[in-house]
Design a binder for this molecule. Structure first.
Ligand code: CTP
Ligand code: MG
Length: 585
């Protein structure tokens, strides 16, 4: 947690300036009652107008200095706190970018968003307040006591006794409020989660008429946040009157003892007035201190939450034996007895998977839903680590590749097309740094989306994603295929990416892909697509049921034959397989 605060080091000078200005302001404030005492005792009581004028002038001058110091302090405080917030946000963002899939599972997206926004703001505000007033409060407290001791140490003893009581109480509140505010931030995560899910699933909610249900869910999360916040604030609210009570008793005592001493002639009226004046200032500071405690407790909770993200160990990093010179040249892929299991799951989703794909060849992967197709291809760019066995690219274990050069050679088209806010060109060009206009158009043509783009209102400059035009599922799929193609990858992975395309468009796409001479993995449910591939791999519940050419599988894989039967009519079946349907079962 302290690491989060240590980023303030970069602003040492500005912080020092802000603190110095605070001290200046504070000095003036502490001198004022002293001067007031002088004006009363030597000016007013002795009817000496000269003294009143002189010290009145000094007070005025000091007030102007304090004003200027205050403005300058605000300037520095704002500079430091805003930059500090900017730094932390950037660091958290970069850290999150380096997260592996396993790391992501630990932090829900909504929680990461709250941490990057609300928690950072919380810290930022606290830093600003610290520089602006927080230091003033404790110093004014201590300074008030010290000045009182200077004015008249006997009378000031009342304050010296009251102070430890106040401090003890304050530290107790600080500790308790810290844990309470951490709960508050967690509840805020909850509200954000419901809100996020709702915004993303708006169409579904409307279609399913689940508005009331969702409203209830939101209300519940929101209510929990309110309850927690109220109870945390209550602690602070109760603490203010308690503190003021202690101080008021002290002031009454000072007045009582002071009056007696004045009548005995052992103390001047001005001195009593000064000490009472200091006591009132201390009282007013106590309210500020309560606010400070609240801010600090919140900041502590936020710093803890941000620290959690920053301290997360990225488990998928490069090892010592990484060969920095390795890069994908051919795109030969081989799986050797691969077993894989998701870290958070109990059962292996891939077991003893072995197969190989030659340079430039196409492998179709088939299998029922949940059989492990997506999991299998994710292992090639090393999005997850295998538990057993090896994944080899160009004969080298993927673990030996620098992650960047490994992933640079691979084009991924995920099962669910994701578009970013921006133009069509930006979305396709996103796949390759500094992609030229020609490269983007060429990729779009091959992905069979060029004609559709030409019909959009602003063609390639049309905005898609949020606040842009809405594209159909198949259009989105083809855009993300174009994004992968623009990389000119050595290995291309299409995860069910042609599911929404009609046969004719799909055929054109597959033909266009041939000229890329990249090793291609096509996950598909369609036999017609699989038949275009050099070989087909059939997965069944995480195991390889069969692997070979279409003709081979017709002989060796009952599962494949069943799929062929279910997808073709009798005549087509005969044409595709070369034998009558009845003879195959
Ligand atoms: N799984 C998991 N944790 C994940 C993703 C998947 O435990 N983060 C499990 C699923 O429950 C499933 C198995 O892994 O039982 C295989 O999932 P996947 O590889 O995604 O299956 P696919 O064959 O790709 O299924 P689909 O055709 O539906 O895409
Ligand atoms: Mg899948």
């Amino acid at each position: 947690m302290w690491k989060v605060f240590s980023y303030l080091k970069a602003y040492r000078l500005a912080i020092a300036a802000a603190l110095f200005l605070t001290l200046l302001e504070l000095g003036v404030e502490l001198l004022q009652p002293l001067i007031m005492a002088k004006i009363i005792d030597q000016g007013i009581l002795k009817s000496d107008l000269g003294v009143v004028k002189l010290w009145g002038g000094v007070m005025f001058g000091l007030a102007i200095i304090a004003f200027i110091a205050g403005v300058a302090n605000s300037f520095f405080s704002a500079h430091v706190s805003q930059n500090y917030g900017f730094d932390i946000r950037r660091r958290v963002f970069e850290k999150v970018q380096s997260f592996s899939f396993v790391n992501f599972n630990k932090f829900p997206a909504s929680s990461l968003i709250t941490r990057m926004t609300n928690d950072v703001t919380q810290l930022q505000n606290t830093v600003f307040m610290s520089l602006r007033i927080m230091l003033r409060a404790p110093l004014l407290l201590a300074g008030g006591v010290i000045m009182s001791l200077i004015v008249n140490w006997k009378l000031a003893m009342v304050l010296v006794v009251a102070l430890p009581i106040l401090l003890f109480f304050l530290s107790w509140v600080l500790k308790k409020a810290g844990t309470m505010f951490r709960d508050v931030q967690d509840k805020l995560d909850g509200v954000n989660r419901v809100m996020r899910e709702n915004l993303m699933g708006m169409r579904l909610i409307k279609a399913f008429l689940r508005r009331d249900h969702e409203s209830d869910r939101f209300e519940q999360a929101s209510d929990e946040l309110k309850t927690k916040t109220v109870s945390s604030l209550r602690l602070i609210e109760v603490s203010i009157p308690a503190l003021l009570f202690v101080m008021n008793v002290a002031i009454l005592l000072i007045l009582w003892i002071g009056t007696k001493q004045v009548s005995l002639g052992s103390i001047a009226v001005g001195e009593v007035v000064a000490i009472v004046n200091y006591s009132f200032r201390i009282s007013s500071v106590l309210t500020i201190i309560s606010f400070i405690i609240m801010a600090f407790s919140r900041a502590k909770a936020s710093a803890h939450r941000i620290g959690e993200v920053l301290d997360t160990e990225v488990d998928l990093s490069e090892s010592a034996d990484t060969d920095q010179s390795l890069a994908i040249k051919k795109g030969v892929v081989e799986f050797k007895h691969v077993t894989f299991q998701y870290p958070e799951s109990e059962v292996a989703v891939l077991q003893d998977v072995s197969f190989s794909v030659k340079e430039g060849e196409t492998l179709a992967i088939m299998g029922s839903t949940g059989s492990g197709k997506t999991s299998l291809v994710q292992l090639i760019p090393r999005l997850y680590e295998v538990n057993d066995g090896q994944v080899l690219v160009d004969g080298q274990d993927v673990k030996l590749y620098p992650i960047e050069s490994l992933r640079n050679g691979i084009g991924v088209v995920p099962q669910e097309a994701v578009l970013f806010t921006g133009s069509v060109t930006e979305n396709i060009g996103w796949g390759k740094e500094h992609a030229t206009e020609e490269e983007v158009v060429a990729a779009a043509k091959d992905a069979q989306i060029h004609e559709t783009i030409e019909k959009l209102p602003n063609k390639y400059e049309t905005r898609v994603g949020q606040r842009g035009v809405n594209l159909s599922g198949g259009q989105k799929q083809r855009l993300s295929i174009a994004r992968a193609l623009v990389r000119q990858p050595k290995i291309l992975m299409l995860d069910d990416s042609t599911s929404a395309l009609d046969l004719k468009t799909e055929g054109k796409l597959l033909t266009a892909l041939r000229k890329y001479s990249c090793t291609t993995f096509i996950i598909t449910q369609k036999i017609s697509t699989a038949m275009e591939a050099n070989r087909i791999l059939i997965l069944d519940d995480g195991r390889v049921e069969a692997w070979g050419t279409h003709e081979e599988l017709l002989k060796t894989s009952p599962l494949y034959v069943k799929m062929v039967q279910s997808q073709f009519g009798e005549e087509e079946f005969q044409h595709v397989t070369g034998f009558k349907q009845t003879s195959s079962t």
